[in-house]
Design a protein around this ligand. Structure first.
Ligand code: ZN
Ligand code: ZN
Length: 362
């Protein structure tokens, strides 16, 4: 499967190579498969990538040797019998002095084993430096995300035509998954959420056997996958008709969502976007019922850097793709979440998701 042109991998490789001196290392070991895919194109489920100044070395076991050769022709592909041995010989060959590694992706056990085989002080944990590796998207990545959005939008339009009283949540979710797949999605971005009535008050409800009733709020959070790139969008619909209280809460969430999107542009701290959305909801007295961050980066992973939350110290950059997803959840009653994906630009942002977020009664 071709996920990006070879030049894109070369560019990503070169960009990281330039940073090696500042990171104080002369090679980096990658274990996280999404990062390995991003840097090499390899889509297998196990492997190690070593970024060295002279070349990229992709280490895989026997199952993946053919696939790795096809997907990552720009890398030297090496087959290992045992992973540690493979890493040590690939590193030892050139006597790397300081090797950085993805600390967040390595178990204590693997770290101990590696340390036992390499000279003391040779392994340098890298966390912060690699967090934002994939956060700025290139044009090709944005077009793959657009395609994922198109698939999800088309599927949703087909599915909501059949949503009504008496239909089980899980049947709607299954239908959504099926339609996305039939339209070309490789998988679902994450388990589809269909939460109705009281279940809609749970931010991460799992679709169950509850049958929709007239007057229900229905929160649908869904995403398609195209060439590895994931979409993420939430629509909250109402069945039959909405009462005054629901309209009021929906309007508050929509206002928080709109103001946050208006504030998105390169150079703005991520926590500022969260603060703007939260302030709208706080002012109306629902602050305690907005129990999660305002958004997150989305790309090869559905949740990736940056985080749009109060504790985030990241800053928006042109080319980042992030979600804006405020919500209000009233336990025992219902909930509202409105989520769009936006592409950050120098002077604002472009909303990538297509569904209107005006209150929709179905
Ligand atoms: Zn979502
Ligand atoms: Zn999301």
């Amino acid at each position: 499967m071709i996920v990006a042109e070879a030049t894109a991998y070369r560019r990503r490789f070169d960009r990281l190579l330039e940073r090696l001196p500042r990171l104080g290392v002369d090679a980096i070991l990658f274990f996280e498969m999404t990062n390995i895919r991003y840097l090499t194109g390899f889509t297998g489920s196990d492997g190690v990538f070593i970024l060295r100044p002279d070349k990229g070395v992709l280490l895989v076991d026997g199952r993946y040797i053919t696939q790795a050769g096809e997907e990552s022709p720009q890398c030297e592909v090496v087959q290992y019998r045992d992973k540690i041995g493979g890493i040590v010989s690939a590193l030892g060959e050139r006597e790397a002095k300081r090797t950085g590694f993805e600390a967040a992706a390595v178990s204590v056990e693997l770290h101990e084993k590696l340390r036992g085989k390499l000279a003391p002080g040779k392994l340098i944990p890298l966390t912060e430096a690699l967090t934002g590796l994939r956060s700025v998207k290139d044009d090709q990545e944005v077009s793959l995300l657009r395609k994922a959005v198109d698939i999800a939008t088309e599927a949703l339009l087909q599915v909501i035509a059949g949503v009504g009283p008496g239909v089980e949540e899980r049947m709607i979710a299954l239908e959504m998954d099926y339609r996305m797949g039939a339209l070309g999605s490789e998988a679902t971005s994450f388990p589809t959420i269909v939460a109705s009535g009281m279940n809609a008050a749970l931010p991460h409800a799992r679709p169950g056997f509850r049958k929709l009733e007239d007057g229900d709020a229905v929160v649908m959070d869904f995403g398609a996958v195209h060439a590895g790139y994931r979409s993420d969008e939430t629509c909250t619909f109402v069945l039959g008709g909405a009462d005054k209280k629901f309209r009021e809460v929906y309007a508050i969430v929509k206002d928080a969502h709109d103001r946050a999107i208006e504030a998105v542009r390169a150079g703005v701290p991520c926590r500022e976007i969260d603060r703007i959305a939260r302030q709208v909801i706080d002012k109306k007295g629902y602050g305690l019922h907005f129990s999660h961050g305002t958004g997150h980066g989305v790309g090869l992973d559905v949740h990736e850097a940056p985080r749009l939350a109060a504790v985030s110290d990241q800053v928006l950059e042109a080319g980042m793709v992030v979600t804006i997803e405020p919500g209000i959840y009233l336990p025992g009653h219902w909930g509202v979440r409105i989520e769009d994906m936006v592409l950050v630009k120098e002077d604002g942002c472009e909303i990538l998701t297509k569904m209107s977020k005006e209150l929709k009664i179905i």
